[in-house]
Design a binder for this molecule. Structure first.
Ligand code: CA
Ligand code: CA
Length: 417
């Protein structure tokens, strides 16, 4: 990561002139050395006793403290609000940042919060972080690391197509060469789209790095074809998601900028006084903080496959085939509009409109999938040798697994575990 910092400082201080020279220097840096630098900074951050700053979404004075005061519809309509269903009953009760913060605390660090109140635009984020950077530079605030879970996904193939279509010196960008060319990408973005204020944001990250505070960034959940813009910022430590068996998630970013991998799947269990997320049998969220209904997966776990699985109705198949033939449906539309129920994954992924990445993702998650009223199927099951459904996202056969909450957002705060 040392290499990136040089681009960052140089660009921030001098503007875009001198970029080519910087890039030449970068491409000649031994990669091993750059990796060691990121790894050492991470280890130092994990050893530090200073608090972790979580920049994310948290409740505000207007947010109801009792989750039961909001209907499910109200929660779903409020994207700034409660989006994490920690007890698996289908009704979200936590703000995204609350789970991120709870995970960051597992490593023994104290935490502080900075509430973004929804996703910020790039100019807003630069403005939002400016006072924080000043406080860190002046020594008024000290942090071991800053955790930012915001994602701004950019399709790798779009860099050539959108920014450099006629430039023979600029190659197709893929997961392996993004680091080499991100300096030129920034230069082009700054020139073509000054309104995005990416240069200002870049400078903010460069100042944080100079002040010695690592910024840990979630790699993103759009899979290996996308890069999170924040992964390209100076001094950033980008984290990808692993499952409980140590496999990289299909949905995780997986490019040359993702150098750190951590468990990015939360599987909560119920304990006496609430919900435990780390297996120590102590509640991380108290009973009064959760909606407390029966877990959706529990209604199927242990039941016979034959008694629960339904076929794709012939008239639905005929309708979706006709509609898809007219070309008016978005990718994966069939998964959003099929009737609720438990289906064979093989039947779902064979439906018209389902694309290959989604089919591969679903097959990696289980053999049976539960579709609810809204959204695509999200709860996946296997069957045991006696034909009974098993909900086992941890893969250890343990009982009482309530739900599966995946995402690089939950890998990033777990990086010191
Ligand atoms: Ca819930
Ligand atoms: Ca716990």
């Amino acid at each position: 990561m040392l290499a990136n910092t040089r681009i960052g400082r140089s660009l921030a201080l001098k503007g875009i002139s001198g970029l080519t020279l910087c890039l030449t220097a970068v491409s000649m840096m031994p990669f091993g050395q750059a990796h060691a630098s990121g790894e050492e900074r991470l280890q130092a951050a994990c050893r530090s006793k200073e608090p972790v700053l979580i920049v994310d979404n948290f409740p505000t004075s207007e947010s109801p403290t009792d989750p039961s005061a909001f209907s499910e519809e109200e929660i779903l309509l409020n994207p700034k609000g409660r989006i994490v269903d920690i007890d698996g009953d289908g009704i979200p009760e936590l703000f995204h940042g609350e789970l991120v913060e709870a995970l960051a605390r597992q490593s023994g660090h104290k935490t502080e919060r900075m509430n973004m109140e929804g996703s910020l635009s790039l100019p807003e984020l630069a403005e939002f972080l400016e006072p924080l950077v000043k406080d860190i530079e002046s020594g008024r605030k000290r942090y071991s690391r800053i955790n930012i879970s915001q994602e701004n996904p950019l399709r790798l193939s779009a860099f050539k197509a959108d920014l450099f279509p006629d430039d023979a010196s600029f190659p197709e960008i893929d997961a392996s060469n993004i680091e080499t060319y991100m300096g030129r990408i920034f230069e082009k973005l700054w020139t073509d789209r000054p309104d995005l204020k990416i240069q200002e944001l870049h400078e903010i990250f460069a100042r944080l790095e100079k002040a010695g505070v690592p910024v840990v960034v979630a790699g993103g959940n759009f899979g290996p074809s996308f890069v999170n813009l924040f992964s390209m910022m100076p001094g950033v430590l980008t984290v990808g998601s692993l499952d409980h068996k140590g496999h990289k998630l299909h949905t995780s970013a997986n490019n040359a900028l993702v150098r750190h991998w951590a468990l990015g799947v939360v599987v909560p269990k119920r304990v006496q006084d609430g919900i435990d997320i780390d297996g120590d049998q102590k509640a991380d969220f108290l009973r009064g903080q959760v909606t407390g209904g029966p877990a959706l997966a529990a209604a199927y776990h242990g039941k016979s496959v034959a008694s629960q699985v339904i076929p794709v109705e012939a008239d639905f198949l005929a309708w979706i085939t006709r509609a898809a033939g007219h070309g008016g449906l978005v990718p994966n539309a069939a998964l959003n509009v099929i009737d609720p129920g438990l289906y064979k994954v093989a039947d779902l992924v064979a439906l018209p409109t389902v694309n290959l990445p989604t089919a591969n993702l679903f097959k990696s998650l289980g053999t049976y999938a539960l579709k609810r009223k809204d959204g695509p199927p999200r709860i996946f099951f296997e069957a045991d040798s006696s034909g009974r459904l098993r909900f086992d996202p941890k893969g250890d056969g343990s009982e009482g697994q309530l739900t599966r909450i995946p995402g690089t957002s939950f890998a990033a705060p777990s990086i010191c575990l």
